[in-house]
Design a protein around this ligand. Structure first.
Ligand code: URA
Length: 435
């Protein structure tokens, strides 16, 4: 086989075989196939697409270029959640301890924030001392001791994806459904899990803004996971406004702790509980979804979820006292109120813009190398549908560096739309893909 023949076959719209895909992925990862051929291949896939069988083969090949964790020695089913990312999306910090407290093992490998979206690792690192870069041995030990572990991508996991993603980024081939789906799933399937619930976001703050695109991505990922013999379902959930009331790393940890204490905002609590219930359901821990919902609600109400979070924080080197006293988290130097100039109801909050404003304050990364400030961010006092009076605070900005405050404030002012009437509430879970 020659790489050029594989590129040509894809270019002409033919289906590639499993061996051809594996040959190409291995060759590219080892360096015997150069970047220019991989670029041509990615562009051919971009225009021609891939069949379901090809997409599964691509995912498996990328996964096999690295380590696939064998966690079969854990005494129970292993299950995770993956979200395609959004603004204020901190459900991982809530559902992972809840699912672990209810009997699941959760080997969670997460990412960092980029652009307007946040990342679980950045949130966790705002807890003083918390280490997200455990060795795989330490990760295993943590999982054995407390049922969950929360780490970042290691170089051993799906190296083909790392290399190909960087290439796609500079060859205008990121926005290809089979390439996105296989990229995400090659990393998730390397976690050695039995089951996975996907939270595919849709709307202004999501990676995929249009509902139909989110649905197509969810379907492709579900197909891949099932094609690899795992229990996988997807929820398509709303990202037209930030989830919960906080955007920014320590602020989001504080809100997660409050949610585990039973004092969280309703949207965040209900989505976290629902995703945790799906995890238990797919892992076969509860007999049906309703029983699973009861289990996670019990884990919340009894405080078992909060204790589990405290346990994993301590095991990973963090200060567990943040679960009793969130003032131990980093605090910004000053706060600035953004007040409403009109009276009425909040009719919309441009989600991506709020994420971008958070990034300008230092809560997110403009480029992969940007440094983030764990303390800064935004607390929303009003969500879509809420009544507001003139002069009332819409948001509190937590600020350390005033350098880009003016720009952030201008964006936030544009982001909130106050009108006489608010649109009818959209459901948080837009669609469930369970078959
Ligand atoms: N996230 C990924 O991990 N890969 C993609 O291709 C797109 C988003």
């Amino acid at each position: 086989v020659r790489a050029v023949d594989i590129i040509q076959k894809k270019r002409d719209g033919h289906e590639l075989g499993r061996d051809e895909i594996a040959f190409f992925v291995d060759g590219y990862t080892r360096g015997s196939i150069p970047d220019y051929q991989a670029s041509a291949f990615a562009m051919a896939v971009f225009f021609r697409g891939m069949t379901a069988a090809e997409t599964v083969a691509l995912t498996e090949s990328m996964m096999r270029t690295g380590e696939v964790l064998d966690l079969s020695d854990l005494p129970g089913p292993r299950v995770d959640k993956h979200s395609t990312g959004g603004v204020g999306d901190k459900t991982s910090l809530i559902l992972a301890p809840l699912a672990a407290a209810a009997g699941a093992f959760v080997p969670m490998i997460s990412g960092r924030g980029l652009g307007h979206t946040g990342g679980t690792l950045d949130k966790l690192e705002s807890i003083p001392g918390f280490r997200v870069s455990l060795s795989l041995k330490e990760f295993r030990e943590t999982l054995h001791k407390c049922g969950l572990g929360l780490i970042g991508q290691t170089p051993e996991i799906a190296p083909a994806d790392r290399k190909l993603y960087a290439l796609r980024d500079v060859t205008a081939t990121v926005e290809s459904l089979p390439l996105i789906a296989s990229s995400i799933m090659s990393k998730k399937m390397a976690e050695g899990i039995d089951a996975l619930i996907l939270d595919v976001k849709t709307g202004d703050g999501a990676f995929m803004k249009k509902f139909e695109d989110s649905k197509a991505l969810a379907e492709a990922m579900v197909r891949i996971g099932r094609g690899m013999g795992k229990k996988v379902s997807a929820l398509i959930t709303d990202m037209e406004q930030p989830l919960g009331r906080t955007v920014g790393n320590a602020l989001e940890v504080k809100e997660s702790v409050e949610t585990l204490q039973g004092r969280g905002p309703k949207d965040l609590e209900s989505l976290s509980l629902e995703l945790a219930a799906w995890m238990l359901h797919l892992a076969g821990i509860a007999p049906g979804l309703d029983a699973a919902r009861t289990r996670v609600r019990d884990a919340l109400a009894s405080g078992a979820g909060l204790r589990k979070f405290q346990e994993v924080i301590e095991l990973q080197g963090g200060d567990p006292r943040v679960c009793d006293d969130t003032s131990r988290l980093p605090q910004a130097r000053e706060t600035v109120e953004l007040r409403s100039e009109a009276e009425g109801r909040v009719a919309g909050i441009a989600c991506r813009t709020v994420g971008q404003a958070g990034m300008l304050l230092g809560a997110g990364r403009e480029t992969v190398d940007s440094r983030i400030d764990p303390a800064v961010g935004i607390v929303l006092h009003k969500k879509v549908g809420d009544p507001v009076r003139e002069g009332e605070s819409l948001m509190t900005l937590h600020v350390d560096d005033r350098g880009r405050l003016e720009e952030a404030t201008r964006l936030l002012r544009q982001a909130v739309r106050v009108a006489r009437e608010a649109p009818p509430a959209t459901p948080l879970v837009r669609l469930v893909l369970d078959r």
